[in-house]
Design a binder for this molecule. Structure first.
Ligand code: SF4
Length: 459
C-alpha cells in the first residue's frame, strides 16, 4: 500500500475539504500515516485568508519539504501558485481549494499503485455494513461539521474568499440531509452547519426542492434546519448573517429543536466603517435584531467576531464598538486586528498604524473579558446540559461544552464526575464557578441520548 501523510490547516470549512480528500485517498487504497518519515508523499491543505495564515501555510509547506520532500499543496493558498513557487520551487504539484479531483490526480501520478487496482477499493470486511464507515473524519466521533455550500457571493472589502473560492454553490437539501443522516447513524451527536454565509444557503439554487425520503425539501436554511433538527442530534449554526429569515429559526431554538446558539460575524458596529467594509448594518440595527431574537429565545447564546484597525477607523468608531458591546452583552466574542490580504480592496484605503491597532484590540478585549466574566458568573448555581469532549487532568474530571459553546472557538465547562462519564456523553451539571471564559461544575447525572430533551437548561 502506498503511504500518504496529510497536514490540514485553516478553518472548519477547510477541515471538511481535508476530510473529503482523506476519505477519497483511503477509498483508493492509500494508507494514511501520521509522520513525515513513514509517508511517501505529503498533502498540505493550506489556508490563505489573511497574511498570518499565508505565512503559517508557507511554513507548513517548508516543513513538509524538509522532512519528506514529496509535497502536494492544495487549499486556498493553492489558488496563488506563484506565492508558493516563489518560496518553495520544489513543491511537486499545486491544486486549488476544494479541488478533490486535482489532488487525487496529482497523488495518483506521483504515487501510482503497483498492485491490482480494484482490490484496494473494496471495503474491509469489518467495515462493511457500517454507515459512513469509509469516511475519514478529523473531528471526534461525537461532532461533525456539515458544509452546506462552497464559495461566497458577498464582496467584503477585507476578504478574498470570493476570489479564492468563487461564487456560492449550495448543495441540494437532500444531499446535505443524506450526509447528516449517515453521520447521526454513525454516532455523531452534534452537527455544526457551516458555509461562508450559512444564512444564504440555497439562494444560488433558487431554493430548488430535492427528494429526501418521502418528501420534497427546499434548499433554504429554514426548512433544511427543520429537517436536521428531526434527526435527533444537536444542530448548531455558524457564520449566519442577520438576514430577516433568520428570525424564523429563533422559535425552533426556543422550542429546543435547534441549539439556542448563533455565530453571527458582525465585524464592527460603526455604520460608516461597515459601509467601507461593504457590509450591512450598524450598532442600532444590530441591537434591534439581537433584542428581537432574545425576546423570542432569552437563552440564545450569540457569538460574533470583530475587526479593529480597519483602514480609516477613527477613535469615534472604536467608542461606538465599545458601546455596542456593552449594550449587546454578547456571549462569545473574537476580536482581530485588521491584516492586509493580497488582492483585498481595503488595501487601497489609508491604513491604521500597527501600534494603534494593538492598543484598540487590547481595549476591546479588556471590555469583552469583563462582560464575558459577568455573563458567565450569572450562570453559577444553574443546571446546564453539556456534551463531553475530553477527559481533564484530575481523575473523574472532564472537559465538556454547554449548548452555548462551539468546539474550538468558545469556552468549556470543566466538570467533576463520578468517573463513569465517557467522551461523547451528554451530561447534566450544576455550575459551581466561572472565570472570564470558562465554567466549572459538578456532573449531576448522565442524560439519556434523547435529543428532544437534551437542549438548553436541564433544570
Ligand atoms: S461574507 Fe464577506 S467575509 Fe465572509 S467569505 Fe464572504 S466576502 Fe468574505
Amino acid at each position: 500500500m502506498r503511504r500518504v501523510g496529510f497536514v490540514s490547516l485553516g478553518c472548519p470549512k477547510a477541515l471538511v475539504d481535508s476530510e473529503r480528500i482523506l476519505t477519497q485517498l483511503r477509498a483508493e487504497g492509500y494508507e494514511l500515516v501520521q509522520d513525515y518519515q513513514a509517508a511517501e508523499l505529503v498533502v498540505v491543505n493550506t489556508c490563505g485568508f489573511i497574511t498570518p495564515a499565508v505565512e503559517e501555510s508557507l511554513e507548513a509547506i517548508g516543513e513538509a519539504l524538509r522532512e519528506n520532500g514529496n509535497v502536494v499543496v492544495t487549499g486556498c493558498l493553492g489558488e496563488r501558485p506563484e506565492t508558493i513557487r516563489e518560496r518553495h520551487p520544489k513543491v511537486a504539484a499545486i491544486t486549488g481549494q476544494a479541488d478533490l479531483e486535482g489532488v487525487m490526480q496529482a497523488v495518483r501520478a506521483l504515487l501510482p499503485h503497483d498492485e491490482e487496482p480494484f482490490t484496494g477499493l473494496l471495503p474491509l470486511a469489518s467495515e462493511r455494513g457500517r454507515p459512513d464507515a469509509r469516511a475519514v473524519r478529523l473531528t471526534p466521533r461525537h461532532y461533525a461539521y456539515l458544509k452546506v455550500a462552497e464559495g461566497c457571493d458577498h464582496r467584503c472589502s477585507f476578504c478574498v474568499i470570493p476570489q479564492l473560492r468563487g461564487p456560492q454553490v449550495s448543495r441540494d437539501a437532500s444531499d446535505v440531509l443524506h450526509e447528516a443522516t449517515r453521520l447521526v447513524a454513525s454516532g455523531t451527536k452534534e452537527l455544526i452547519v457551516i458555509a461562508q454565509d450559512t444564512s444564504a444557503y440555497g439562494r444560488d439554487l433558487r431554493h430548488r426542492v430535492s427528494r429526501y425520503g418521502d418528501r420534497d425539501v427546499e434548499a433554504h436554511l429554514v426548512p433544511l434546519v427543520r429537517e436536521l433538527a428531526s434527526l435527533g442530534a444537536w444542530v448548531r449554526l455558524h457564520y449566519v448573517y442577520p438576514y430577516p429569515h433568520v428570525r424564523e429559526l429563533i422559535p425552533l431554538m426556543a422550542d429546543g429543536a435547534l441549539l439556542p446558539y448563533l455565530d453571527v460575524p458582525l465585524q464592527h458596529a460603526s455604520p460608516r466603517l461597515l459601509r467601507a467594509m461593504r457590509r450591512p448594518g450598524g450598532s442600532e440595527s444590530h441591537l434591534r435584531t439581537i433584542e428581537a431574537w432574545r425576546r423570542v429565545c432569552p437563552e440564545l447564546a450569540i457569538r460574533s467576531s470583530f475587526i479593529v484597525g480597519f483602514p480609516g477607523e477613527t477613535e469615534e468608531d472604536v467608542v461606538e464598538l465599545l458601546e455596542f458591546l456593552t449594550a449587546a452583552r454578547l456571549d462569545r466574542v473574537g476580536v482581530f486586528t485588521y491584516s492586509e490580504v493580497p488582492g483585498a480592496a481595503a488595501n487601497d484605503l489609508p491604513q491604521v498604524p500597527e501600534e494603534l491597532k494593538r492598543e484598540r484590540l487590547d481595549r476591546v478585549m479588556a471590555l469583552q473579558q469583563k462582560l464575558s466574566a459577568e455573563r458567565l458568573a450569572s450562570k453559577v448555581g444553574s443546571s446546564v446540559a453539556a456534551i463531553v469532549d475530553d477527559y481533564d487532568e484530575l481523575p473523574g474530571a472532564v472537559v465538556a461544552r454547554t449548548t452555548a459553546d462551539a468546539p474550538g472557538v468558545d469556552g468549556v465547562l470543566r466538570c467533576q464526575t463520578d468517573g463513569t462519564v465517557k467522551i461523547g456523553d451528554l451530561i447534566e451539571a450544576r455550575v459551581t464557578g466561572s472565570d472570564e471564559y470558562d465554567l466549572f461544575g459538578t456532573c449531576t447525572r448522565t442524560l439519556p441520548w434523547r435529543p428532544a430533551l437534551a437542549f438548553g437548561s436541564a433544570s
